[in-house]
Design a protein around this ligand. Sequence first.
Ligand SMILES: NC(=O)c1ccc[n+]([C@@H]2O[C@H](COP(=O)([O-])OP(=O)(O)OC[C@H]3O[C@@H](n4cnc5c(N)ncnc54)[C@H](O)[C@@H]3O)[C@@H](O)[C@H]2O)c1
Length: 388
Amino acid sequence: MTTPIRVAVIGAGMAGQAHAFGYRNAMMSVSTPISVELVAIADPNLPLAQSVAARYGFAEAIGDIDALLERDDIDAISVALPNFLHAEVLPKVIASGKHVFAEKPIGRTVEEASSLQELADASDAVTGVGFSFRRLPGLAALAAAIADGRIGEVHTVRGWYNADYAADPAGALSWRYSQEQSGGGALLDIGSHAIDAVQFVAGQISRVDNTTLRTVIAERPVPSAGAIGHGASASNERGPVTNDDIALLSVSFHNGAVGQISLSRIAQGVPNALGVEVFGTRGHASFNSINSGEFVLFEDGLTDAAYNGPRHIVTGPAHPYFTDVAAMPGGGVGTGYAEAFTAEIQEFLRCVAAGTEMDTDFAAASAMMNVVGAALEASKTGTAVDVA
Ligand SMILES: NC(=O)c1ccc[n+]([C@@H]2O[C@H](COP(=O)([O-])OP(=O)(O)OC[C@H]3O[C@@H](n4cnc5c(N)ncnc54)[C@H](O)[C@@H]3O)[C@@H](O)[C@H]2O)c1
């Protein structure tokens, strides 16, 4: 039995619950034995923290986040708070010397993200970020195939994230709909995942050539009590939505490729889907998170002309993030977003145990935020903006 890594989660909302789920299931890791002690869930909404702690088997629930940070019986902390609290809470967690796994996007702006990255760089602790889609075997396998040169030189990239959590105008005005509190609507909330996915598979974006932002549902009911995730009871009062429902970006990459990224939180009938499609000089590859354990690969000339077409590949033990999270060891048993949370927490814990850096670190989050910053600037000026 390995020495347990003692963990706590700050924020018991939608993402905090997914982290709690991940820590609970990470105990089953196959390739690296990891043992985890589920210490505490912290949230100022104590009844919520209590119910989440009970549900996922954490020993305690705590209402005071600062008190949690002072404790010496915790090695690693997840932070899953609204975006406007990242720049306030993450520096305290880093200063406490504990390893930190932060929800994306780390802050609301380029300035907040880059100053958090500087703190992370100066710390000996492992600092990871929850770009959970990278842990879906289909997307991870697609990235590996492109890195392996299977489709030649990449020249065209399309990324998208469609969701319908904001499609109902009666949905309450949570922090997500405030530019001040969120830093961006679809552009940052779901765009952070799509932009990271696109950079993960096709390299760094060098310039945002054009951005269109649209707010379709301009006002919403103010919540009558605290909103959690996408649900809240609404009051009769209404308030303005100050960020985008839809974001469309045209981008250029350092490697010469060009791309488009399309983001919508009002995509009626598409609850939650991220996709990428990448074309290269010798083939193409595509992925849709609805079928997150699968991807499509076309390698020109792999076989004779009559059979020279795209292959639909179902991931299995030969692919990343499969063996450690699949309920059964063989291919074809299916995988979903729940497994992605288990896999990302396992990856974080592996880095904590080995003292190594995480691939999805604060630098990756900063690189994503730099694209968002350039996109916001391009939408204001109507001109192309280089990514910092
Ligand atoms: N990786 C993913 O797929 C994913 C999914 C959802 C959210 N997220 C990220 O996780 C973070 C949290 O999002 P969420 O959807 O869990 O939010 P949420 O609104 O569901 O939960 C936020 C939690 O923070 C607590 N909180 C503490 N102080 C607060 C304050 N001053 N005001 C409001 N709430 C306060 C609330 O009580 C609540 O439990 C965000 O940064 C978001 O971008 C990531």
